[in-house]
Design a protein. Structure first.
Length: 315
């Protein structure tokens, strides 16, 4: 009975989000802070559900994970969204205005159709960005820290190198004139789906949900230790796109993590894409060290000056 009830929690939460944005009090719907507040509330609600009906004991929240997760939830909702708005959304809106592009037809569509379209447009971009990240090394270096997490929970969708978090937030949605409530409803719906897709909750939604939306079964397989299994189920919220583009794979994984399953610290997650360059500089320094010592013992020829300059530059 409890299991059956929990299986219906993800779709029920989507129904609640949609009801709120279509029938909620106008004062709340117009307040720009409402969207900012609801996303963390969804994560908190699902974290509480983890304590009631856990999926795997090995994924249980602990103090170390909690501190890291909290850091990234705040980083995403403050810094990443600020940078994305300044560097991507605003220039796109300015280009739209200067080119006199109008898409007012969008806001005249039925409200639920608008919500669905926002999800499809946003998720289409996310799907291809995610797929590129798994297939092009420079982009993989930004995404790899997300695959180094060694356990899943409701907040883990927020974990990643800041470059990845910025790249995955990009979309062309600013070009469309949808109703604001439809855009917010769509974002909260995707929040519910992606939060449950990382959550340690024993909830396996019915087939009519998992045909369209990503679940923890799909996404845990994407996080698995088996390389081939990570190259499937790229859809962040819309697993339907994997079905359409031939990257869908059925299954589930309990063991998650990359390579040797070593958990990365926040510092390591931030520096990960630059690790190759950092290692090369360190190797050059190690080589330059003995050369400096040799140069210091010689008098005035140009070669020893170059070594010394090189050593100083690397220091
Ligand atoms: Zn991935
Ligand atoms: Zn993930």
């Amino acid at each position: 009975m409890k299991a059956k009830a929990f299986n219906l929690v993800p779709p029920a939460m989507i129904a609640m989000v949609l009801s709120f944005w279509s029938f909620g009090p106008a004062s709340l719907l117009k307040n720009p802070w409402t969207l900012v507040a609801i996303s963390p509330l969804i994560v908190i609600a699902v974290l509480l559900l983890e304590r009631v009906h856990e999926r795997h004991a090995g994924w249980r929240m602990n103090r170390q994970e909690f501190v890291t997760d909290l850091f990234y939830v705040v980083l995403n909702s403050v810094a990443i969204s600020w940078v994305a708005e300044r560097l991507a959304e605003n220039p796109l809106k300015a280009a739209k205005a200067s080119l006199h592009i109008t898409t007012e037809w969008a806001m005249h569509l039925p409200w639920l159709v608008q919500v669905a379209l926002v999800i499809v447009i946003f998720e289409f971009g996310q799907y291809w960005m995610h797929r590129v990240m798994h297939n092009w090394h420079p982009f993989w270096l930004t995404h790899a820290p997300h695959h180094h997490i060694t356990q899943l929970n409701a907040a883990k969708g927020a974990i990643g190198n800041p470059l990845e978090l910025f790249l995955i937030s990009l979309s062309v949605l600013a070009l469309f004139d949808f109703e604001t409530t439809a855009v917010f409803a769509a974002f909260n719906t995707m929040s519910v789906v992606t939060t449950f897709a990382h959550a340690n909750v024993r909830a396996d939604p019915p087939i009519w949900y998992s045909f369209f939306f990503t679940t923890i079964r799909h996404h845990s397989l994407h996080h698995s230790t088996d390389y081939e299994s990570t190259r499937c189920n790229y859809g962040n919220a819309l697993i339907l796109l994997d079905r359409v583009f031939g990257t869908y794979r059925d299954g589930e994984s309990v063991l998650v993590g990359q390579d040797d399953r070593r958990r990365l610290s926040i510092k390591e997650q931030f520096l990960f894409p630059f690790r190759g360059a950092i290692d090369r500089i360190a190797a050059r320094r190690a080589q330059a060290g003995p050369a400096d010592a040799l140069a210091a013992g010689q008098d005035g020829d140009a070669g020893s000056q170059r070594d010394t300059v090189g050593g100083a530059a690397a220091a």
